[in-house]
Design a protein around this ligand. Structure first.
Ligand code: UDX
Length: 443
């Protein structure tokens, strides 16, 4: 009889998509899949006919579930979901049976305690990457050494323990409630260490050193089995509707001529920065496709307030959508660069399609991802000091038309090939996935 896996994604786009991709990958290995989910940002069961879906009773009023305060939301979810999650898990274990283990998002730290109550092994999915997870593991060291109170020029200094990260790249700096964020990170790390293993959507050839550090520091099995989106059966997990007509707009453009801009599903920018980005894009004269989701500009829930005269100026140059089919966009031949907030899914999708990046990280792991893109992998540029329209204009030209962009594309072609080889038979991710399957069978 095949074993059942119970997966519990965090209800945020950048976390839910990779969890559902992992579910598909493990389903293809013969496991039965049960997905426990919240009502808030619930996945669409119709897109996954082979899985069983188990909603947990309403725990949050939708109006309270604000992604503008992600730390508050995560704390509230971890507090309020304990009882309802336990009930649903109990039902699955007793009524369906055959459950081999629970796989939950690293941020669902409370699930370790519940899994222990049921004597059910828990595996963790960390949807961001190993390199940024190392920075989270080091957070107590950063605190003891006083790095968390860095200000002014000190923010530009290298972190001696983790070069080339700088103090300003510490993922929790700049959050409104540093202590609450620190505690959330501490719980995430402690409960990951208490789990039976952690899974990453990355591959050994990209992040070997970080994976080695984690294997040593966490003392649990670490599986790098990505890139997920290149292995999972294609399906839609988008919480917003994709505006697919931008693809025919891209069809009318020359190869590598269009800059794509998106800030993912939660990051937001100040109105002043938004205006600088808009005019920087217009002044670059480069064609662009910009995904402006509601809420992108801090403090506004609705459509972003575009500056006066902007739409008229860019009528022939740019295309604006609310939410793009990003996978298809990045793999389109017309795309030559990606201005991104450096969320891990976006970063990995860009690497896999060989697209150089302009990084404008906003918070959390994005700070580390952007540093790796610019200083370690050298496949993009990071905006370092403030945001002026001239910087956007110049940086766009540097990656789209100048020699720097060509050099980045060479490195990206190499990484893209390494990503494909890693998931092919005998490759690092392929082998790690086999290891994960055997590990689950050993429970
Ligand atoms: C969040 C965090 O912000 C990020 O730092 C972390 O690494 C993962 O969780 P998010 O901000 O949404 O994620 O960014 P990202 O990880 O890049 O995920 C966004 C996903 O939405 C990507 O898979 C991307 O393809 C998709 N997307 C984005 C669209 O389909 N259309 C869009 O217009 C924009």
């Amino acid at each position: 009889m095949s074993k059942r896996l119970v997966l519990f994604p965090l209800p945020l786009q950048g976390h839910q998509t990779p969890m559902l991709q992992l579910a598909n990958i493990l389903h293809s290995k013969g496991f039965k899949i049960s997905i426990i989910h919240t009502h808030f940002n619930a996945p669409n069961p119709n897109n996954h006919p082979f899985f069983r879906f188990h909603p947990i009773p309403k725990t949050l009023l939708d109006s309270k579930a604000s992604i503008a305060d992600v730390i508050g939301l995560l704390n509230e979810l971890n507090e309020k979901c304990v009882g309802p999650f336990r009930e649903v898990l109990a039902q699955i274990v007793s009524e369906i049976g055959g459950v081999a283990c629970l796989i939950s998002d690293a941020m669902w730290h409370f699930t370790q305690g519940v899994a222990d109550e049921f004597m059910l092994p828990r595996l963790v999915l960390r949807t961001s990457n190993p390199s940024s997870f190392v920075a989270f593991v080091y957070m107590s060291v950063f605190r003891d050494k006083g790095y968390l109170s860095s200000k002014g020029d000190r923010l530009e200094r290298l972190i001696p323990e983790l070069p080339p990260l700088k103090m300003k790249d510490i993922p929790i700096l700049g959050t409104c409630d540093l202590e609450a964020t620190y505690e959330l990170v501490r719980d995430m790390i402690e409960k990951t260490k208490a789990s039976r293993g952690v899974i990453f959507n990355s591959f050994e050839e990209l992040e070997g050193p970080a994976l080695a550090t984690l294997r040593q520091d966490l003392q649990i099995p670490v599986f790098a089995i990505g890139p997920f989106h290149k292995q999972a059966r294609p399906f839609s997990s988008s919480l917003l509707a994709h505006e697919r007509d931008c693809i025919s707009w891209l069809d009318c453009h020359a190869p590598k001529s269009v800059l794509y801009i998106s800030f993912g599903s939660i990051a937001s920018v100040d109105e002043a920065d938004f205006v600088e980005i808009a005019w920087g894009l217009a002044n670059s004269k480069q064609p662009f496709l910009w995904a402006i989701r509601p809420g992108l500009v801090r403090g506004s829930d609705g459509p972003a307030p575009l500056p006066n005269g902007f739409l008229e100026t860019i009528a022939k140059q740019g295309r604006i959508v609310m939410w793009a089919p990003q996978d298809e966009v990045l793999s389109h031949p017309a795309i030559g660069g990606f201005l991104t907030h450096s969320g891990w899914n976006s970063t990995l999708e860009s690497i896999c399609e060989g697209v150089p990046m302009l990084c404008l990280p906003c918070f959390g792991d994005q700070m580390v991802n952007a540093r790796y893109v610019s200083d370690v992998w050298k496949v993009g540029l990071r905006f370092e000091n403030g945001l002026k329209r001239e910087d956007i204009e110049m940086a766009t030209k540097r990656i789209m038309v100048e020699k720097e962009g060509i050099e980045m594309r060479h490195i990206l072609a190499y990484l893209k090939q390494k990503a494909s080889l890693s998931i092919a038979a005998g490759g690092s991710s392929f082998t790690s996935l086999e290891g994960l399957v055997s590990h689950i069978f050993s429970f």
